[in-house]
Write a protein that binds this ligand. Sequence first.
Ligand code: ADP
Ligand code: LIP
Length: 396
Amino acid sequence: MAPSPAAVAAAMPPAADPEREEEAEQQQTKWGAALEGLVVGSYCHDVLLRGGRVVGETLGGAAAFVSNVLDAASPPEASFAVVSKVGPDFAYASAPAPARHPSLLCPAPTTSFHARFSDAVASPAAHAPDRQLRRVHACDPIYPDDLPERRFAYGLAVGVAGEVLPETLERMIRLCRAVLVDAQALIRAFDADGGGGGAAVRHMALEGTPYARLLQRVAFLKASSEEAPYVGVETARRRCCVIVTEGRDGCRLYWEGGEARVAPFPAVQVDPTGAGDSYLAGFAVGLLWGLSATDAALLGNFFGAAAVSQVGVPTFHPKMLQAVKQILEDKAIQRSNPCINGATFTFQRSNMHDELHASLAGAARLMCELQTDPATDNNGADICSAQVPTSPSSAC
Ligand SMILES: Nc1ncnc2c1ncn2[C@@H]1O[C@H](COP(=O)(O)OP(=O)(O)O)[C@@H](O)[C@H]1O
Ligand SMILES: O=P([O-])([O-])O[C@@H]1[C@@H](O)[C@H](O)[C@@H](O)[C@H](O)[C@@H]1O
């Protein structure tokens, strides 16, 4: 895929800061060719409630969903390290993601959330708020000194409970060639207990936080449509590429001078938890395979759809993964010089965007079929909404 000159966007992250430019130059050689990533954010316990009743207890935390997708779909030469903190009560140390990428152990209890899903029939709006979150426990923050002392091709800042401190994000920016950030790591505030147990999660304006000044050194900032007003898309897009996810409507990308809408994939939703996290990891996977940002967003949409199809951290069927990897092998691209490890990103869709969507839609259909195959145990009803689940044949 040879993007037209018009399709090649400005250098990312912007090199307006001379100190940063010099630092980047010095470090260029140290990054080398290795495609190692750094995922920063803690695993947590998720309790899913509906109508006052517990309907699920699962491993959670963006780091768990992200690791799951990166492990499944990164190109073979790519690897990553996870910096996460949990307490002695952590219940999922032997689950696949934490077993492969263990956490730092703290005396404080593991971060935990209660997610309350409405008992009303689900809203017809694709991106209406679907849950009320309360943070019940918060483990220790992740400090700059907790990060490994080496360079990474890319970093993912994926906190859920305020654990990625501003100084930790700053250190990530210094260590990583390109940093991708989930807005939920930056704009969550936790209101003291007003009854109901734990602290209600609300959002604050990004501009008023200490993270705002770091945005121009971030490559991509992802926000859900609920979070987008707090991010301030028009201001933020002048500093980095902003991605807004829109639930079952897919997503939009905004960069300085352009924007794109990227179509979704069908899914039978059983639990929306982890869609945004899996989206961000899918997007990173797309960049690792050498896709432009708008094409990589297809991988984001694909893994977002895969996440909502199962309760908790999804298990991907090997046949589905094989199909996705085959598509990426066939279509992608300049792996010897992947965008994520270079100085620039291409934002616009390539001329094979629609073809890539069609191929991935085939893999999404396979996922739906496998999900409803009685031989697999993934054919559950939607535990988090009173909406009658769309039948696989009509959704997929
Ligand atoms: N019901 C769905 N059907 C298909 N894809 C979905 C669905 N819900 C989410 N996704 C995918 O996951 C992405 C992230 O979901 P979204 O709900 O916007 O994020 P969050 O989990 O942060 O609220 C969407 O952009 C979309 O690609
Ligand atoms: O659903 P999503 O927005 O992608 O991400 C979720 C977080 O918002 C939530 O705090 C956490 O408990 C979940 O495990 C998951 O990480």
